[in-house]
Design a protein around this ligand. Structure first.
Ligand SMILES: C/C=C/C(=O)SCCNC(=O)CCNC(=O)[C@H](O)C(C)(C)COP(=O)(O)OP(=O)(O)OC[C@H]1O[C@@H](n2cnc3c(N)ncnc32)[C@H](O)[C@@H]1OP(=O)(O)O
Length: 286
């Protein structure tokens, strides 16, 4: 456990869970959240024991509601430039982290929250997630990578529709355009609390909160299972694959393919290759 105010870092063996912990503002990222997130990523980058990272939001309502509007309402352009530069720097750091990163999207992922999710390698959303780039509804365009990364993930037509309208989309819609990999849903197997008495708004609210908790648990279990599946493989091969995919996305294919040869050949220097190939060839031959 770390002792930061807004970021909880929970180690689970080879998997680290990073939780943005500002639920009173739906985990909106103020300057302190950004600074603490940056320190957390530095810690994880240096920690050889961590092989996979899961990022999520505290509470049941939001992954992250974006940049802090209460802060932005009164700032001047130079302060805005500083804020966006710090945010982009930490998001770039996550994207370049030499470990796989999974976003567990547990509710609203808006503006900077969507931009945070997009720098993660894989996005898993709960069925109650709402995702969007609503910046134009408050007088600004996306500024933490949204105009560039959404374009690359969903293509220009969908990116423009989402950015120009500022509308939120559901988790299922996000999955249908490739913005999230998977949607975690409640099913018959889940033990839900009994229905609240009709007309009892407080009881209905309490039940909805309980249901959201169950869904959140299911989402985290799914993300941890995925992380475990990834960590079973050669960390070096996964790390090199991440670099090749990220670098290749913005290179011409010749450069990407050449890099792939070098990355591939480099893995022959690691003991994983020999051990894992030999284990395959020797299975059942004890
Ligand atoms: C480059 C990046 C730019 C950006 O990211 S710009 C910001 C983009 N994000 C947004 O525009 C989302 C803003 N938030 C909302 O629209 C709403 O929230 C929701 C639809 C997500 C939820 O609405 P509801 O269920 O009615 O909750 P609630 O009362 O609005 O929010 C609970 C508390 O959270 C604070 N909050 C929510 N989002 C932000 C934010 N982005 N920055 C600062 N505070 C935020 C609210 O103000 C409130 O606080 P209190 O309880 O003190 O009234």
């Amino acid at each position: 456990m770390s002792t930061m105010k807004y970021i909880q870092l929970e180690p689970h063996g080879e998997i680290a869970v990073v939780k943005i912990n500002r639920p009173e503002a739906l985990n909106a990222m103020n300057v302190d959240v950004i600074a603490e997130l940056s320190r957390t990523i530095d810690i994880l980058a240096a920690d050889e024991g961590t092989k996979c990272v899961v990022i999520t939001g505290a509470g049941e309502r939001a992954f992250c509601a974006g940049a802090d509007i209460a802060f932005m309402v009164n700032i001047e352009p130079m302060a805005a430039e500083k804020y966006a530069s710090a945010a982009q720097a930490v998001l770039n750091k996550i994207e370049k982290l030499e470990k796989p990163v999974i976003a567990a999207v547990n509710g609203f992922a808006l503006g900077g929250g969507c931009e945070l999710a997009m720098v993660c390698d894989i996005r898993i959303a709960s069925e109650n997630a709402k995702i969007g780039q609503p910046e134009v509804t408050i007088g600004i365009p996306p500024g933490w990578g949204g105009t560039q990364r959404l374009l690359r993930i969903v293509g220009p037509a969908k990116a423009k529709e989402m950015i120009y309208t500022g509308k939120m989309i559901t988790a299922d819609e996000a999955a249908s355009i490739g913005l999230v990999n998977k949607v975690v849903k409640l099913g018959a197997e889940d033990q839900l609390p009994p229905e609240a008495p009709k007309g009892d708004a407080a009881a209905e609210k309490a039940r909805a909160a309980e249901v959201a908790k169950i869904l959140n648990k299911k989402l985290m279990a799914d993300c941890m299972a995925l992380a475990k599946e990834i960590t079973k493989n050669s960390f070096t091969a996964v790390k090199v694959s991440k670099m090749l995919i990220n670098r290749g996305m913005d290179s011409d294919i010749e450069t990407g393919l050449r890099l792939e040869i070098y990355g591939w050949a480099l893995c022959f220097a690691h003991e994983d290759r020999k051990n894992m190939m030999s284990a395959f060839l020797n299975k059942g031959k004890k």
